[in-house]
Write a protein of this length. Structure first.
Length: 322
């Protein structure tokens, strides 16, 4: 009732029952409380939603393999008279503020083998070919813009270019937002660019465009005690595939490609299980395939959203619904 009254909009219907449960019911529960349909008397989500339909709260799609909510009966007395608790009292608000136990959400996956998942991925470029620009900044300034891994993100490159422009006074006299590149910058651009003025951002993009693309990954290791492992790898961030399938007659959601980020697969599976309150297991790599994570039920939409929350770039997620 809390989800129906405060989150679920008629324009969002029809909606898969899994999505209603994971993205609406669980986040809006009271902070500190716990919702797990498997631990309830209903045991399965379809039984719970069927009960809600029999109570007159919702309507479900007929003859569907998975429960799909097609209508909310907002004129039902139970819904009309429900007094929702404030948003600040929900588990979602508690997780966002980082305060206390939210009752089993994605951020409450503490315990052995289940650290809070937080993967940082950002595109970077080797800055070795820009050494002349760095040296021209002077020893002290060069030290401040040099990174431990020898790579720059776009924002780090922009700051270095801005420092160089300030030092060499390359701003155009009639427009302090545009740069008139000197011989050093023109040389780095190949000396063939017909453009005579740039913004700091466009000049940085031009410089980075000539460098090989890489990506920097920071992955938690063994929870807070284990710290974070940072690596730089060639190319774009690896793809993560999310797809639905059936195993022995049961609906499942499969996730492949996470091991390429160097994550602890068991810990990540435990965190996902807490987030979705459903069975999650790691599938070992076979001769024919790669290691993956299997989620009981069709949770593909919720999994894609969860991957974004833990730091996997949206462009690196392939979503294939069966």
């Amino acid at each position: 009732l809390q989800a129906i009254k405060t989150r679920l909009k008629d324009k969002d219907l029809p909606m898969a029952g899994n999505m209603l449960y994971a993205q609406h019911m669980r986040p809006c529960r009271r902070a500190g409380s716990h919702i797990d349909v498997k631990a309830s008397s209903f045991k399965k989500l379809v039984a719970f939603l069927t009960h809600c339909e029999e109570a007159g709260w919702i309507a479900l799609k007929k003859n569907s393999a998975e429960p799909v909510v097609t209508k909310v009966c907002r004129d039902h007395p139970d819904i009309r008279e429900w007094k929702p608790w404030p948003k600040a009292c929900t588990a979602e608000a508690a997780e966002a503020s980082g305060g206390g136990d939210s009752g089993g959400g994605a951020g409450a996956a503490g315990g052995k083998g289940a650290p809070v998942a937080s993967i940082e991925v950002e595109p970077v470029w080797r800055m070795s070919k820009l050494k002349a620009l760095i040296d021209a900044l002077g020893a002290e300034e060069a030290k401040s813009v040099t990174t431990e891994d020898g790579c720059w993100s776009r924002s780090e490159c922009i700051e270095a270019v801005r420092s160089y422009v300030e030092r060499k006074e390359l701003w155009q006299q009639n427009n302090r937002k545009r740069i008139a590149p000197d011989d050093l910058l023109l040389g780095m651009l190949g000396g063939k660019d017909s453009q005579t003025s740039f913004s700091v951002e466009s000049l940085a993009d031009k410089l980075l465009g000539a460098l090989p693309a890489m990506h920097r990954v920071a992955v938690p290791q063994g929870g807070a005690v284990g710290g974070v492992r940072r690596t730089v790898r060639q190319g774009k961030p690896p793809l993560v595939q999310v797809r639905t399938d059936t195993r022995r007659g049961h609906s499942v959601t499969l996730i492949f490609g996470l091991e390429a980020y160097g994550v602890d697969m068991e810990a990540l599976a435990a965190t996902l299980q807490k987030a979705l309150a459903t069975s999650v297991a790691v599938e070992e790599a076979s001769v024919q395939g790669q290691a993956g994570i299997m989620v009981q039920g069709f949770w593909d939409v919720a999994v894609v959203e969860w991957l974004g929350r833990i730091g996997i770039p949206p462009d690196s997620v392939q979503h294939q619904a069966k």
